[in-house]
Design a protein around this ligand. Structure first.
Ligand code: RIB
Length: 290
């Protein structure tokens, strides 16, 4: 099976700061690193490192060849990444001493994905493949509709969260992942709690408390997170999602996929950076947590 990821690709400019900047404050960074990032690219790399075949559908600008090459090096099929006139997306990320972050996004090429590119990519998909999307690209509705009609499992990571964006793709979804605050916001828009949404699999992430899994046929199940000393939480959620999707793609029971994804996310928060430092399956299996 293949995971088709309609996803963002960013250059992550990561500034280490003593605390997250306050309104009006000028703050000197203690360091600057550049990583491959974007919620989409992070999920593609995570799923590929977890053992899945991943085809990324996206766009970079004339300055983005390095990002495409890096995705290839990490085992992602990049044949459906277009080069467009808009500059490659980027993120300005401040990470404080406790590993917390704040992110400014420039969407750039991530919002210049053509329907032709999407249709061309999905013409090679097969029923039973997965399509994943996040809210950092254009073309989410048409992709969800197309994939649903083709019999793909349609997955949505509702980040960055916008109720309207979730509502627009909701009729096509088989899998939805969002955090606790977002689940409450979605309840206000739809009147439905996670267990009442018309989506077969829903995961609500609970930060350091782990995750809760909702499935139509059963009671919600809680999964505890591993306790680790965080260095940088950026990309940990994307790593979790990529590992869950790979588990689904490889036919694992959802509980097993979530347990593995929890381990991957725990390892990820002990590392500084995004796509480039996502752990592979061997590291995730062999990791020891206190
Ligand atoms: O979730 C982390 C990601 O959000 C970063 O890689 C950044 O590019 C933004 O998309």
């Amino acid at each position: 099976m293949t995971i088709w990821n309609l996803g963002s690709i960013n250059a992550d400019m990561v500034y280490s700061v003593p605390h997250l900047p306050r309104p009006g404050e000028t703050l000197a960074a203690q360091g600057l690193d550049r990583f491959l990032g974007g919620k989409g690219a992070n999920m593609s790399v995570a799923a590929a490192r977890a053992g899945s075949r991943v085809s990324h559908i996206g766009a970079v600008g004339p300055d983005g060849r390095w990002a495409q090459e890096r995705l290839t090096e990490y085992g992602v099929d990049t044949r459906n990444i277009a080069q467009v006139d808009s500059p490659t997306g980027h993120a300005i990320i401040a990470v404080d001493d406790h590993g917390e972050n704040s992110i400014i996004l420039f969407q750039g090429a991530n919002h210049a994905i053509s329907e032709d590119l999407l249709a061309g990519a999905l013409s090679s998909a097969h029923p039973g493949d997965l399509l994943v999307m996040q809210n950092e690209t254009n073309a989410q509705i048409i992709a969800g509709k197309m994939a649903h009609e083709m019999g793909l499992t349609v997955c949505y990571a509702a980040a960055p969260f916008q109720s309207d964006a979730v509502l627009a793709v909701l009729p096509y979804l088989d899998f939805l992942i969002l955090n606790e605050v977002e689940a409450e916001q979605l309840k206000q828009s739809t009147g439905n709690s996670p267990s009442e949404l018309p989506v077969e699999h829903v995961i609500v992430t609970l930060g350091a408390m782990g995750a809760r899994y909702f499935h139509h046929d059963s009671e919600p199940v809680d999964f505890e997170a591993h306790s680790v000393e965080p260095v940088d939480t950026t990309g940990a959620g994307d790593t979790f999602t990529g590992y869950v999707l790979s588990g689904m793609d490889r036919g694992m029971p959802m509980a097993q996929a979530i347990v593995l994804a929890n381990r991957a996310a725990a390892l990820m928060v002990t590392r500084h950076g995004t796509a480039d430092v996502i752990p592979d399956l061997k590291e995730v299996r062999e990791a020891r947590f206190g």
